[in-house]
Design a protein. Structure first.
Length: 202
């Protein structure tokens, strides 16, 4: 799809030089869920789903950047993360076509709604949402961490906002688009979402 380019160690080293704060971003104090642990988990899930991707390396690069800018009190995190990729990747020697694909994928995480046939988008979105299918205790920890990230929001407003998110997710015909995600993650994810919905008093 993008020619012979692959994410070599040289490219990763160059990327680190181009954006030396890339890893440190994930340890910022406002983060509780969107931390290095989340990044590692997404990359692990991409490894599981890589066979479905058209360009697994581009998807992995998109994972590195998808929450690189994260401020829970702002709404433009994905756009700013994509713009960061557009600046840093060319400096690391990544071809323009790959850079454009990475930025497109990062922007897709606003909605997690890839078009039918968007293999790379399906893999990234499924990997990012895989936490929804975690065992109940791990899911509860995730939900608590999200609440901590929004600690500046009063309880009533947070419950209402979170309920809206859960309602939207539960209303989707499919949470996961890859065959693996549909088979292995969809049922548990829906049960987790429904349990949280009920705990919020709905």
């Amino acid at each position: 799809m993008h020619g012979p380019w692959r994410a070599s160690r040289r490219a990763w080293r160059a990327l680190r030089r181009a954006d030396p704060g890339r890893t440190a971003r994930w340890a910022e104090p406002q983060r509780r869920y969107h931390t290095t642990a989340h990044l590692v988990a997404v990359l692990d899930h991409i490894d599981t789903l890589a066979g479905y991707a058209a360009d697994p390396d581009a998807v992995r690069l998109a994972a590195w950047f998808h929450d690189a800018v994260y401020r829970p009190d702002r709404s433009e995190n994905e756009e700013r993360s994509a713009a960061l990729a557009e600046r840093a990747l060319p400096e690391a020697g990544v071809p323009d076509g790959v850079t454009a694909e990475v930025a497109r994928l990062v922007r897709l995480t606003v909605t997690h709604d890839p078009a039918d046939g968007d293999a790379d988008g399906e893999v990234l979105c499924d990997a990012d949402l895989a936490i929804l299918a975690a065992p109940p205790g791990q899911y509860a920890a995730y939900a608590a961490q999200v609440r901590e990230e929004y600690g500046f929001v009063p309880d009533d407003a947070f419950r209402e906002g979170r309920a809206t998110v859960l309602r939207q997710l539960l209303g989707l015909p499919r949470l996961f688009r890859t065959p693996y995600g549909a088979e292995h993650w969809e049922p548990r994810a829906r049960q987790n979402l429904l349990t949280e919905w009920e705990l919020l008093g709905h």
